[in-house]
Write a protein that binds this ligand. Structure first.
Ligand code: SD4
Length: 337
């Protein structure tokens, strides 16, 4: 049999197996709402971000405007130590930010390792709208931002500086499971609960158009120049207006290896609902490295064109916020462990 025939046969069998297992697992309850407009975002603090997005969606605004306005809430919140202002620095004490945005026409923009700019998501949108490129990094991204009216801000808050100086005493780099729990504190959450970091937001507007945004300061105490999954189109975020959208959070290196968000969207194309598509992506990480998977967290969040949502994570503790006409809530994600 020719290699090409073998490949096609293998691919078709693989898809059949996935669809077979999906019809079984379709019975698993997902956070589906089947509504438009709908906005979902990662972690408990997504609720405040969803509220800003909802302001736009409920007035028939565009999904693109909604996701930008939504994640800006998290970027500006200094209580959140792993997005934007107040984010924990790298091991050299530099706050470097990653963000990307994608709309319903496969247009996308991204900035990586951007310093001094409070709203990297807006720079990413400007890369998308005003340049012939998709990605700008480091100094080039900063020069572009400054040339387009953004101003320089010191993003290292006293609190984050102190935490970094404390970390320097051991310099032990070990991203732990849900370590981000300690990186966000808000009295507005039930019980003043600790919460998480990176925000990924995906939504569908009243027209049925999808968009997504993802923004982070990345892993605390990373090497200078390290970039995770969040600003990489296909890894931290992907939007296909025919099918759905997905975003991720957790240890970015593992998400990049499986091009996670694109994989989730492709699995939805094969017929899986959002939760099961996220679950299958998580299982790819598990399969590649079952031992390592026990020590890390990765979570995926997805919506489909019908306005259904779902999530799945490696470890318990991942949550996501959902806002629609009927719902304004934070749901716990199902997890493998
Ligand atoms: C990264 N995925 O830089 C981000 C960090 C994150 O929950 O999402 N943490 O790898």
């Amino acid at each position: 049999m020719s290699n090409r025939r073998k490949f096609i046969q293998h691919t078709v069998l693989g898809s059949a197996a996935i669809i077979g297992s999906s019809s079984l697992s379709a019975k698993l309850k997902s956070g589906a709402t089947g509504q438009k407009p709908l906005v979902v975002s990662t972690w408990d603090f997504g609720k405040a971000a969803n509220a800003a997005a909802w302001e736009i969606l409920s007035k028939k605004g565009s999904s693109l405007d909604a996701v930008e306005a939504g994640v800006k809430v998290a970027e500006a919140d200094e209580n959140n130590q792993s997005v934007g202002y107040g984010g924990l620095p790298d091991r050299d004490g530099r706050v470097t930010l990653d963000a990307c945005i994608m709309d319903a026409q496969y247009r996308c923009g991204s900035v990586m390792c951007l310093e001094y700019i409070k709203h990297p998501i807006s720079v990413a949108r400007m890369v998308m709208e005003k340049t012939p490129h998709v990605v700008l990094v480091g100094d080039g991204a900063l020069e572009f931002a400054l040339a387009n009216g953004f101003t320089k801000t010191n993003l290292l808050t006293e609190k984050s500086k102190k935490d970094w100086q404390e970390w320097l005493k051991t310099s032990n780099y070990k991203p732990g499971i849900n370590i981000e729990n300690k990186l966000y504190k808000s009295d507005s959450l039930p019980g003043g609960k600790d919460n998480h970091d990176t925000i990924g937001m995906i939504c569908i507007d009243a027209n049925g158009d999808l968009a997504g945004a993802c923004t982070t300061s990345g892993l605390a105490y990373k090497m200078h120049g390290r970039v995770g999954d969040s600003p990489i189109i296909g890894a931290g975020l992907y939007v296909d207006n025919e099918i759905g959208a997905a975003t991720s959070t957790g240890l970015g290196e593992e998400v990049i290896r499986i091009v996670g968000s694109h994989l989730v969207v492709e699995l939805m194309r094969q017929g899986l609902n959002p939760q099961n598509a996220c679950k299958e992506a998580v299982s790819r990480i598990l399969k590649r490295s079952p031992q390592k998977a026990k020590e890390i967290q990765v979570g995926f969040l997805a919506i489909n064109k019908k306005g259904e949502s779902g999530a799945f994570a490696l470890q318990p503790g991942f949550s996501y916020a959902v806002r629609s006409e009927k719902e304004n809530t934070v749901l716990p994600s199902k997890s493998h462990f």
